[in-house]
Design a protein around this ligand. Structure first.
Ligand code: OGA
Ligand code: NI
Length: 358
């Protein structure tokens, strides 16, 4: 741990926030993406795509007569996009705003304070960082983050930042609320696949919740860089809160669609584990983050995942007739090992598990 810290410091760790605060007129070269990977911000060549992204009213899930409608909408959204936004999800706006407020205060702290938690080791339960992995990234991304294990809360909360003093309480309340919401969503998703309501819930029962709190400061050259590169999330489900527009998802035509900002709404993204458990009926969603000149953007990505060593495989009920398993077994730990030693932007981990159709 001490060594990691030293190495990062020797490597002149510079957060995106520090660059913004220093008033750089351009992004340093390490942030400049090859032209083909740049976002088409304000470009006349950007493709018009009229895709409307789904917004689902979750209060329907609690009304027996309307639940089937919500389940149907979830089924369509998961098949078409691996993504939907939810409203009336039961998490009060005050809890959401308090969490965003605590995160704002955290990223505004002096560098030295944040560096107390810096680490490039993906197995660390609490770590502050910049880009994806500062010490190994070839191209850098305009993002700072703090990630922490969040469930069960009492096991981890003492290791969370003690500054700002409200952080543990406010982010803790949001983390508990998203954990409950995750349970309802994973049940509804099970049902939408025609599985026992509890099937996916039982698979994920002892699972982990990692909260990635992301900060995308204003950027002098948003047209040449990104806040996060295209990727899918490794877990079962991600519940994402954004403070303003910036997230884009790839639709089936391979066009990037900006996810509209809806105050109080939360974004649900299917991760690789659901893709595998559904035997590919549902796909995890490829997404990326754009940055902008005027507004600092914050997001909370609550990443829910199966237990570290539990083997994940397609649900047996979804394999009938010719429907053979399309993916090999894997665990979350196998995934962490993979990203520690491979460039996950080149090849997605689950694609390495795909079985050929012969
Ligand atoms: C993530 C992620 C999107 C965002 O943390 O995995 O995709 O809007 N975040 O910050
Ligand atoms: Ni993501």
């Amino acid at each position: 741990m001490e060594e990691t810290k030293k190495c990062l410091l020797d490597d002149a760790f510079t957060s995106a926030m520090a660059l913004t605060n220093s008033g750089v007129p351009q992004v340093p070269d390490r942030y400049v993406l090859p032209p083909s990977q740049r976002p088409a911000i304000g470009s006349s060549t950007s493709i018009r795509d009229d895709t409307t992204l789904p917004v689902i009213d979750l209060s329907l899930l609690h009304q027996p007569l309307l639940r089937p409608r919500a389940i149907h909408e979830i089924n369509m959204a998961c098949k078409d996009f691996g993504f939907f936004q939810v409203i009336n999800h039961g998490i009060p706006l005050s809890v959401v705003k308090d969490a965003l407020d605590a995160a704002t205060q955290f990223f505004d702290l002096p560098v030295e304070e944040k560096m107390l938690m810096v680490s490039s080791n993906v197995h660390q339960p609490v770590r502050y960082g910049t880009s994806i992995n500062h010490s190994t990234d070839k191209v850098h991304y305009w993002r700072d983050f703090i990630k922490h294990y969040s469930h069960p809360l009492s096991k981890w909360i003492d290791m969370w930042p003690s500054n700002p003093p409200c952080y543990k309480d406010k982010v803790g309340k949001y983390a508990e609320a998203t954990h409950l919401l995750h349970k309802q969503l994973i049940e509804a998703i099970s049902e939408s696949l025609g599985l026992e309501k509890k099937y996916l819930q039982e698979q994920t029962e002892e699972g982990s919740q990692v909260m990635a709190v992301n900060c995308y400061p204003t950027c002098p050259e948003p047209e040449v860089t990104l806040g996060m590169p295209p990727h899918s999330d490794f877990g079962s489900l991600t519940i994402l809160l954004q403070s303003s527009e910036g997230l884009q998802i790839m639709n089936s035509n391979k066009n990037w669609i900006s996810v509209p900002y809806i105050e109080g709404a939360l974004i649900v993204q299917l991760g690789d584990q659901v893709e595998v458990m559904s035997n590919g009926i549902y796909k995890s969603v490829i997404h990326r983050v754009t940055v902008n000149k005027d507004v600092k953007r914050l997001s909370f990505a609550s990443l829910h995942s199966l237990p570290l060593h539990k083997k994940i495989s397609p649900a047996p009920e979804l394999l009938d007739g010719n429907n053979t398993a399309a993916y090999g077994e894997f665990s979350f730990n196998d995934f962490l090992d993979y990203i520690s030693s491979n460039d996950f932007l080149q090849e997605r981990f689950i694609d390495t598990l795909k079985k050929s159709s012969s």
